[in-house]
Design a protein around this ligand. Sequence first.
Ligand code: CTP
Ligand code: MG
Length: 253
Amino acid sequence: MESQSTLRTAVIIVAAGSGERLGQGIPKAAATLGSEPMLGHALRGVLAAQIAAQICVVLPRGDTELRALVASLQEGNDVQLMTVDGGSTRADSVRNALEVLSETDAVLVHDAARALAPTEVFHRVLNALESGAKAVIPVIPVVDTIKVASSSERPDIAPEQVRSTPIRESLRAVQTPQGFELATLRKAHDASAMFTDAQAAAITDDAMLVESQGIPVYLVRGSELSLKITTPNDLLFAEALLEGPAAPRWVEG
Ligand code: CTP
Ligand code: MG
């Protein structure tokens, strides 16, 4: 399923996190999903989408195992695969990759932790960029009612109380790959160099940085298969998906 894109596109896969919440004592991208490290699924998923002229994988500093995995997937592939060391936050890791990318029109930033993202999601993101968006993110509806919490007036009862309840219809859960005009993402990351530590710690995705530049961020449909594998339960669920809906990997059911 080849995307007939006219945009020269790079993909950044961020895989430098430590996987604290997964609790295996190894970087999350190295954790086994099915029969291979999570990064193998994520990288083969990007290759299967056939959208990238170059792919930069951001890896934990000092890692050798994941570097070898990337090198093994380079064999027989025309796409240029690169690796760089990660930083202490996700945004730092993205910035390290932005420094080494050559000039492309578009860049997609993808979490290795969303290892089962289907090909169609990559294509929906890229199609929106081709239509003129400078920023586009895949989303799914929120199923839970979400409350904004604040400190409690009565800590003897409970530490927090409800501040407000956003209307669920207007809420979206955000996934990756997030797509950007390369110059737009570079500019947004450059601007964030002035952030205080607290502001930097609050940045959880690239779209937030672009939003703060006043640039419209468009929404396309994500996928239930693009779950972010974070906890041991998520890993169990992803294993089950690999046995079922994601068995023909990267294709939406
Ligand atoms: N990531 C990264 N560099 C960091 C932090 C995160 O490249 N300094 C990547 C992770 O590898 C992951 C994605 O960003 O693919 C989303 O991060 P998250 O799910 O939080 O992964 P971890 O940081 O590894 O997990 P945890 O927060 O539980 O330690
Ligand atoms: Mg993290």
